[in-house]
Write a protein that binds this ligand. Structure first.
Ligand SMILES: [Zn+2]
Length: 313
């Protein structure tokens, strides 16, 4: 019957949601396409490995190396200071650190294509650098993030992650810490159960209730660990499996669409659960989003979670 398909009927399904972390979204499924309709063309890399700052053989093109993990005599993961830092030890008004972690030596691969052992190395490097930054008492917060693809803010094509350590806890993270202190975040995993598309012994991956991005996915610790230093080797392995599974499914579904990854790692005295958020950049934020902090998202997280549960698309 025609009336069933009128836009009015679909618009009546719009829903304003607020999640435990304080994110707000208005879900507008009447505008939505199916998840696989958002698949992009995999971007072609235009820089040659010989000209790439992050490729093996060009190590002299980066600032002096801070740390590396070696496999079979070659580096598997490498870390060095950002050439154009936002924060640095010699900046009196922006004290801190800004580091680059090259996740893999292969110029033409991206993070989801790294082996499970490679994910273990990558997360081990993240853990080492976070712990090292917090040894400095002037550092109050460490943010680890990845920009994949031009639309997600990546300026260099070779797959990499960044770490910024700063002298203040950002306002947004302070708010999150307050919510954690008040116990708001205790039951997140229970309330997200129906949107959970993967879980193992240590971590669960789900599309959050108030998703701000199409196919937004969070990987959250199931246990009491709040800091990387509290994860034992089996929990680190669980995290590597959960992150690899989520990223691989997303890249398969969306054909390597741009995304950001943000690592929420609790400041030393706070109790924010370890949470890694993967944020596909398929829509642009505009006036409404900047004015209200409420994000319009045309894909229901329940639909996104179902798509990410499937192994084939
Ligand atoms: Zn390269």
């Amino acid at each position: 019957m025609m009336w069933k398909h009128s836009s009015k009927m679909f618009m009546e399904n719009n829903e304003l949601r607020l999640d435990a972390l304080g994110n707000q979204a208005v879900l507008t499924p009447w505008r939505s396409k199916r998840p696989k309709d958002f698949a992009t063309q995999r971007p072609t890399k235009t820089t040659l490995p010989s000209k790439c700052f992050f490729c093996p053989g060009n190590e002299h093109m980066t600032p002096p190396e801070i740390d590396r993990i070696t496999r079979n005599g070659n580096w598997a993961v490498r870390c060095f200071p950002n050439k154009f830092p936002a924060f640095a030890k010699n900046f009196p008004k922006a004290y801190g650190r800004h580091e680059v972690i090259v996740e893999l030596p292969d110029h033409y691969k991206t993070l989801s294509e790294v082996s499970l052992a490679g994910f273990g190395d990558y997360l081990e490097m993240v853990r080492r650098r976070v712990q090292d930054a917090y040894k400095d008492k002037r550092i109050k917060y460490v943010q680890v993030f990845k920009n994949e693809g031009h639309e997600a803010g990546a300026s260099l094509e070779h797959s990499h992650t960044q770490l910024v350590a700063m002298p203040q806890v950002p306002f947004m993270v302070q708010k999150l810490a307050e919510r954690a202190q008040k116990g708001f975040l205790k039951n997140v995993l229970r309330s997200e159960k129906k949107r959970t598309f993967y879980e193992n012994s240590g971590f669960a991956a789900f599309c959050p209730y108030a998703s701000r991005f199409h196919l937004e996915s969070w990987i959250m610790a199931k246990g009491k660990a709040r800091h990387f230093g509290e994860l034992d080797s089996s929990q680190m392995h669980s995290l590597a499996e959960a992150l690899k599974t989520t990223l691989s499914r997303m890249d398969l579904l969306l054909n390597f669409a741009p995304y950001n990854i943000v690592f929420y790692i609790s400041p030393p005295k706070s109790k924010i659960p370890i949470c890694i958020q993967i944020l596909p950049r398929l829509a642009k934020w505009a006036g409404f989003e900047f004015g209200t902090g409420i994000i319009m998202n045309s894909m229901m997280p329940e639909v996104a979670a179902k798509a990410l549960s499937a192994r084939k698309y």
